[in-house]
Ligand binder design. Structure first.
Ligand code: HEC
Length: 154
C-alpha cells in the first residue's frame, strides 16, 4: 500500500453507513418505510418558512409549480418540469433539507414530504403510498428528455 500522510482515523462499517446514503434513479438505496406521517403537517412546520405556504415558493424556490420549461436557465427549472427521477426528491431532501438542519429528518418524514410534493404537483394521487417499491415507479414528466450516457448503469 502506498505511503499515506497518516492523517485522520479509519472508519468502521457503522460510521461509513451513516454517510453512504446516495439513492440511484432506480431506487437503489431507498430505505424501508414504516408508518407514514402526514407530509403537509411536516412541511408546514419545517419547510414552509423558506419554500412558502403549500410549497408555492418563498425566499427559497417553489417545489410545487406548473411553470413550463421554455429555457435553460436554472430559474426555469422546477421539480415537476425538469427533474427526471422521483427518487432524487427523496435523496435531496434527506441529505440537504431543511437547509439549516440537514440530516435531521427521519426516513419516514422524508417519504412523507416526498409524497406531499409529488401529490401537490399532481404527479401522484394524495392517497398513494410512497415507499421503496413505489417511488422509483413514479414517472416524472421530463423523464424522456435526457440522454443517458451510461444507461446500463442506472
Ligand atoms: C432555511 C430555509 C430552508 C428551509 C427551512 C428548507 N429549505 Fe429547501 N431549499 C432551501 C434553499 C436555499 C434551496 C436551494 C438549495 C440549493 O440549490 O443548493 C432549497 C432547495 C430545496 C429543494 C430542491 C428544489 C429545486 O427545485 O432545486 C427541495 C426539494 C427542498 N429544498 C425541500 C425542502 C423540504 C422538504 C424542506 C423541509 C423539510 C425544506 N426544503 C426546508 C432553503 C430551505
Amino acid at each position: 500500500m502506498a505511503e499515506t500522510p497518516h492523517l485522520g482515523k479509519p472508519l468502521d462499517e457503522a460510521a461509513i453507513a451513516n454517510w453512504d446514503i446516495s439513492i440511484l434513479p432506480d431506487g437503489t438505496g431507498l430505505p424501508k418505510a414504516a408508518a407514514r406521517p402526514r407530509g403537509a403537517v411536516i412541511f408546514a412546520e419545517k419547510c414552509s418558512a423558506c419554500h412558502g405556504d403549500n410549497a408555492k415558493g418563498g425566499v427559497a424556490v417553489a417545489l410545487v409549480n406548473d411553470r413550463k420549461l421554455d429555457g435553460i436557465s436554472a430559474s426555469q427549472k422546477t421539480i415537476k418540469n425538469f427533474w427526471p427521477y422521483a427518487t432524487t426528491i427523496f435523496d435531496f431532501i434527506r441529505s440537504a433539507m431543511p437547509f439549516t438542519a440537514s440530516r435531521s429528518l427521519s426516513d419516514d418524514e422524508v417519504y412523507a414530504l416526498t409524497a406531499y410534493i409529488l401529490a401537490e404537483n399532481k404527479l401522484i394521487d394524495a392517497k398513494d403510498t410512497i415507499n421503496a417499491e413505489t417511488l422509483p415507479k413514479v414517472k416524472m414528466p421530463n423523464r424522456d428528455n435526457f440522454i443517458i450516457r451510461f444507461p446500463d448503469r442506472i
